[in-house]
Design a protein around this ligand. Structure first.
Ligand code: HEC
Length: 152
């Protein structure tokens, strides 16, 4: 092998090592992995939550809140989202993942963006339980289903 070829090989392998390191540093996990790490502990890997634990189910139900203006503010103030270590872009991606995976395809839901998450998280919510009950009443009146909710 001539010198030029071995130099090229070295340059290419250095480049590959460098880009692998850069990818690891940027620390971007997929929404699926973030869901598993940050949400599935309560909501379950299959999104069905826990009746006993008072964790609402997502399948067929989550698009009702996600299609409603106040509902979109509500989902940004649930305990798991308020206390998550995810940034606004990651929260938007996880919410879009939940809607894509478990939402009702017949209900139109706009995608969440980092800017929307930022704006909605800044809206003060005094009582999350009262807010959810109000929205749930309106959604039910419109014929949209919502998950069972045991909180008083
Ligand atoms: C410590 C347990 C816990 C974790 C972790 C958790 N959640 Fe929740 N989640 C809840 C509870 C309890 C509720 C009902 C809250 C309420 O309305 O007061 C809820 C409600 C929700 C709802 C609204 C569903 C409905 O029908 O009211 C969404 C959406 C949601 N969570 C998303 C997430 C996302 C996204 C994550 C991960 C970033 C997450 N949650 C992590 C406990 C958790």
């Amino acid at each position: 092998m001539n010198k030029w070829r071995s130099w090229c090989k070295l340059a290419i392998s250095l480049l590959l090592v460098h880009s692998a390191a850069a990818a690891a540093e940027s620390n971007t996990l997929s929404p699926h992995v973030n869901y598993l790490l940050r949400c599935s502990g309560c909501h379950g890997a299959d999104g069905t939550g826990s009746k006993m634990g008072g964790i609402p189910a997502f399948p067929g139900l989550i698009s009702s809140f996600a299609s409603d203006d106040t509902g979109r503010t509500y989902v940004m103030h649930v305990p798991g989202v308020v206390s998550t270590g995810l940034d606004n872009r990651e929260i938007a991606e996880v919410m879009n993942y939940i809607v894509a995976r478990w939402g009702d395809p017949a209900v139109a839901v706009p995608s969440f963006t980092a800017a929307e998450v930022d704006a909605r998280r800044a809206i003060p919510v005094a009582d999350i339980v009262v807010l959810r009950r109000d929205i749930a009443r309106q959604l039910t009146a419109q014929g949209l289903p919502v998950a069972e909710y045991p909180w008083p």
